[in-house]
Design a protein around this ligand. Structure first.
Ligand code: FUB
Length: 466
């Protein structure tokens, strides 16, 4: 790394930290390559599947066309799986906007994604359901019409299957409604019920779940800004007793739609803020970013109020194994928000052949993968799948910071096209134990260097991947 580049990186980190926008040690917001909101985490087979709504980059007010999926097994490194459903999934709906807050659930090996969308006629808010055989989608519109018909405020579905097999769908703004879903999860029986015991300051964004025989209703509360309130009940249909604030409203975020899970022995609350938007502009635009906090329940099941979303986020659960294929779009942080010039950070793209990959890589960009376990002096090589139609560049591997010890550098020359993928390998040495791994992208050209699909480290004596 040149001295000039080191100075530039350090200066940017200090300047950004001082400006209180996004610091170099940040972990919140957890996704930096897209604007994401309305977190809907699902724990399935040991992995957190985080379904999100997606604010388009040109948004001033809401501009939302699809739903995305990210996964993690350590709560800090998140893998982008791209778009799993979009307004095109529901061709009878308004196609220009309104892909709002989703929630997904698994039942008997099928996955159901409930989404609020709009129909052309007023009142326009409806709730639709997409079905897939896989948590990764794509979700299909099996009904061909809304699950919950149009009414004002039919938004923000939250779904839960109780121990006795009865499934419930709650939703609504400004009122809270529920219906009992049938076992097929795509139809319901009985009346749609308006909740009389709507919890104090309820606005929207309900998140319904059960823990230790207690039912919880977390929700976006107050307006505006929104905080996160919650109520409890001994019955899935209430009455709901207001219990307090999980997070107080804060002027740094006008909305705050909750998603709550237990994972690997800890409890987590997801929400969102506008940190990345405000790193780019002073103007409030509906470009949100999902945030994460760890918390504990009190012995009576109540929840103490959490501080506002920290920049540091949550501790890593375990470490990342680099000796298996790791998607390049698995990251804890990337350079865009750190430099305050998000448009020059790396981005993700998706195609039918290889799925999601990292793109928009320019000289000086980096990806941080947190807590990579290199083991005991066994690392010998680094292999990456890359594609380039330019002169390419290189991937430098650094430990613990972008200018930390360099353990290897992979030259990437042209492969003959941005989608002509080749695996390339270089030697790596000097890494043992767990470290944050930084991929620092270098190249002479102004403009894009290469695309990056996946990587893997190999141990001494291991057969090289082809
Ligand atoms: O994201 C669009 C809407 O804003 C959601 O449906 C609400 O919960 C609020 O977050």
């Amino acid at each position: 790394m040149t001295r000039l580049y080191k100075l530039r990186t350090l200066a940017l980190c200090v300047a950004v930290a001082l400006s209180e926008s996004v610091s170099c040690g940040a972990q919140n917001p957890i996704i930096q390559t897209n604007f994401t909101a309305d977190p809907a985490p699902l724990v399935y087979n040991g992995t957190v599947y985080l379904y999100t709504s997606h604010d388009e980059e040109d948004a001033t007010g809401f501009h939302m066309l699809n739903w995305k999926l990210y996964t993690s097994t350590d709560m800090v490194n998140w893998t982008d799986h791209g778009t799993v459903a979009s307004l095109k999934t529901f061709p009878w709906a308004v196609q220009s906007n309104d892909a709002w807050a989703p929630q997904a659930i698994e039942r008997n090996g099928k996955f159901y994604l409930y989404v609020p969308i709009s129909v052309p006629e007023r009142p326009k808010n409806v709730i639709a359901v997409g079905v897939s055989d896989s948590p990764f989608g794509p979700f299909k519109d099996v009904l061909g019409h809304p699950l919950i018909d149009k009414a004002i405020g039919n938004i923000d579905p939250t779904v839960f299957v109780d121990d006795d097999g009865q499934a419930y769908l709650y939703w609504g703004n400004p009122n809270l409604w529920y219906v009992k879903l049938n076992r097929d999860m795509i139809s319901y029986s009985g009346d749609i019920v308006k909740v009389d015991s709507k919890p104090k300051n309820y606005q929207e964004g309900p998140w319904f779940y059960k823990r230790n025989s207690r039912y919880y209703m977390a929700y976006a509360s107050h307006c505006c800004p929104e905080g996160i309130g919650y109520a409890m009940s001994s019955n899935p249909t209430g009455p709901w007793e207001y219990k307090g604030m999980i997070m107080d409203p804060d002027s740094r975020s006008s909305g705050n739609h909750p998603g709550i899970i237990d994972y690997k022995g800890s409890s987590y609350a997801f929400g969102f803020n506008y940190t990345l938007n405000f790193a780019l502009t002073d103007v409030h635009r509906e470009r949100r970013s999902i945030t994460l906090a760890k918390f504990s329940y009190n012995s009576d099941g109540t929840i103490s109020t959490l501080p506002w979303w920290s920049k540091e986020g949550v501790p890593q659960v375990g470490t990342l194994n680099p000796f298996v294929r790791v998607e390049a779009e698995t990251m804890a942080w990337e350079s865009g928000p750190t430099t305050g010039v998000w448009t020059t950070g790396v981005r993700t793209a998706q195609d039918d052949k290889i799925g999601v990959y990292v793109t928009n890589i320019t000289n000086g960009d980096f990806i941080k993968v947190r807590g990579v376990d290199f083991g005991a002096n066994q690392v010998s090589s680094f292999t990456a799948s890359v594609a380039s139609a330019s002169n390419g560049g290189s991937i430098e591997l650094h430990l613990d910071s972008v200018d930390g010890p360099k353990i290897g550098s992979l030259p990437v020359s042209s492969t003959g096209g941005w989608n002509k993928w080749k695996t390339k390998t270089t030697t790596v040495s000097g890494a043992t134990g767990a470290h944050d791994l930084y991929f620092l992208f270098r190249g002479d050209v102004t403009g894009q260097l290469f695309n990056f699909d996946y990587w893997k480290l190999s141990k001494k004596g291991a057969k090289q991947p082809k």
